[in-house]
Design a binder for this molecule. Structure first.
Ligand SMILES: [Zn+2]
Length: 147
């Protein structure tokens, strides 16, 4: 069990991994990797098979260890550089849809200026809209409004 905590060390930051490669590298089930993607592990969807950048995977695994102790509040996103949850600068985030029901929120860390992102579902946007100023991709506003 102790080894799992340092599994990010197995990840080569200059490599890209498919879901299958990630699973076998870290000795986890493919579905575990898919859950990580839902939880916010960045992943390149434009390519098939989808690819996970080594440096994103490494950062995600490290962040995950900390996150267990310091969960994000609804208006916070996790800054990988500061290694802590932050309210995005200006309370502003962009929403970029990944699928019809899921997408990513992007914000800027108020302390270090690095981009932060968080996976969310379209249905949760209505809730988030009450606490953060979301810029929606054109055409999405009416979908959220009609919810
Ligand atoms: Zn930061």
């Amino acid at each position: 069990m102790g080894k799992r905590n340092s599994n990010y060390r197995l990840v080569k930051i200059h490599r890209n991994y498919t879901v299958e490669e990630t699973a076998s590298l870290l000795s986890v089930h493919k579905n575990t990797v898919r859950i990580w993607i839902k939880e916010g592990l960045p992943c390149i969807y434009e390519k098939r098979p989808m690819l996970i950048l080594g440096r994103d995977l490494s950062a995600f695994l490290q962040a995950r260890r900390v996150k267990k102790k310091r969960p994000c509040k609804p208006n916070q996103m996790y800054c990988l550089r500061c290694r802590s949850p932050k309210v995005p600068a200006g309370n502003m985030v962009d929403y970029q849809p990944a699928t019809e029901t899921l997408g990513n929120l992007f914000g800027i860390c108020p302390d270090c200026g690095v981009g932060m992102n968080r996976r969310t579902s379209l249905s949760k946007l209505v809730q988030i809209q009450e606490i953060l100023d979301i810029t929606l991709t054109e055409g999405l506003q009416h979908i959220v409004d009609s919810n």
